[in-house]
Design a protein around this ligand. Structure first.
Ligand code: 8YV
Length: 327
């Protein structure tokens, strides 16, 4: 049951049904800004009542909004990546930010594996070949130039998703190496230099957080180092890759192939990319299954109810962890 005496939780942009259902089940009192006639006026009228934000994955949660809410205590973001939330502005105000860390690692890693198979073993293209009748026409599908087994997979980022990708790559008979800000206690070779790692890799999988600190880490030089037989897979954020450099490299053969689930300006995908036969493109479906999205939604709602119960949260982001106890 929700009642107006309960803390008010702002949903600043259109939210998916799973998030709304999970919040309703947790008894949260929501103010959905996309459901009111005049959002600006409503926000102004109720800004002193709002103590929490339930932020849908795609929508921004910027400093303007954070600073407009004098009683804001906590922001629960529906996503593992929280580059759309201005965490610095939140931390400066003492506002705790949570994500849904741990709820979609395996699903996103499966998507990376799918992109690996689609790029390296051309499974999507082979299916199109069959459907077009070419197989029945008497010709076998051409042998693929590459295979996964025996190759080296370089990971940019070795958090929970990176590690889940690494486990799958090992199961496929690949050697795993990684680049991150710091080496970790893991059984994979660490490269302090991304370009050097790209040179030593057959496939580069991007699994690091987005945001200003990682913007365009994968640039023309890294793509050149990956080389004409190299494959880039991105399941993280479009911002980590210089998209124009990627298009140029795929077009002139400097880079062999790319498998992308994420783009710079989603849901827009540049026409140049759509036209490239050596790019496999997915519409950001990394975590897009009912079981995983349900888990994400529940965790996003649980972070808020936990906060209202005992002022702890389950999954605070690193930048605001110091502001809170963990449940
Ligand atoms: C979702 C994601 O697409 O968790 C993330 O960081 O990018 C995806 O799982 C997104 O959160 C849904 O809005």
């Amino acid at each position: 049951m929700t009642s107006s005496s309960q803390p008010l939780v702002l949903v600043p942009s259109p939210a998916n049904d799973l998030l709304l259902e999970a919040c309703a089940q947790a008894g949260l009192n929501l103010l959905r800004l996309d459901q009111v006639q005049d959002p600006d006026a409503e926000l102004e009228r109720r800004r002193e009542e709002i103590v929490a934000i339930a932020n849908p994955g795609e929508g921004p949660c910027g400093a303007d909004l954070i600073n407009a809410l004098p009683r804001l205590e906590v922001i629960s973001h529906f996503g593992v990546g929280y580059d759309t939330v201005d965490v610095e502005a939140a931390a400066a105000r003492g506002v705790v930010v949570t994500n849904v860390s741990g709820s979609n690692d395996e699903e996103v890693a499966d998507t990376a594996l799918g992109l690996l198979l689609m790029t390296v073993r051309e499974l999507g293209r082979a299916e199109q070949y069959l459907r077009a009748g070419s197989w029945e026409g008497g010709q076998s599908y051409p042998l693929t130039e590459l295979s996964l087994t025996g190759g080296t997979l370089g990971l940019l980022g070795i958090g929970a998703i990176g590690q889940a990708v690494a486990r799958r790559a090992v199961a496929c008979g690949m050697e795993v190496v990684y680049h991150a800000r710091n080496p970790r206690d893991l059984p994979y070779r660490y490269y302090p230099d991304l370009r050097e790692m790209a040179e030593a890799s057959d496939v580069l999988v991007v699994a690091a957080p987005g945001g200003p600190a990682t913007r365009h880490l994968v640039d023309a030089e890294v793509l050149r180092a990956l080389g004409p037989r190299g494959v880039l897979v991105n399941v993280a954020r479009g911002s980590l890759v210089d998209e124009q450099a990627l298009i140029a490299a795929l077009r002139d053969g400097t880079l062999g192939r790319a498998g992308l689930d994420v783009f710079d300006d989603e849901p827009h995908v540049p026409a140049e990319l759509l036209a490239l036969p050596n790019a496999v493109l997915l519409p950001h479906v990394g975590s897009a299954s009912w079981p995983t999205r349900r888990r994400m939604a529940r965790l996003a709602a649980d972070n808020l109810s936990q906060w209202f119960t005992d002022r702890t949260v389950l999954t605070p982001v690193a930048e605001t962890r110091h502001l809170v106890g963990q449940g």
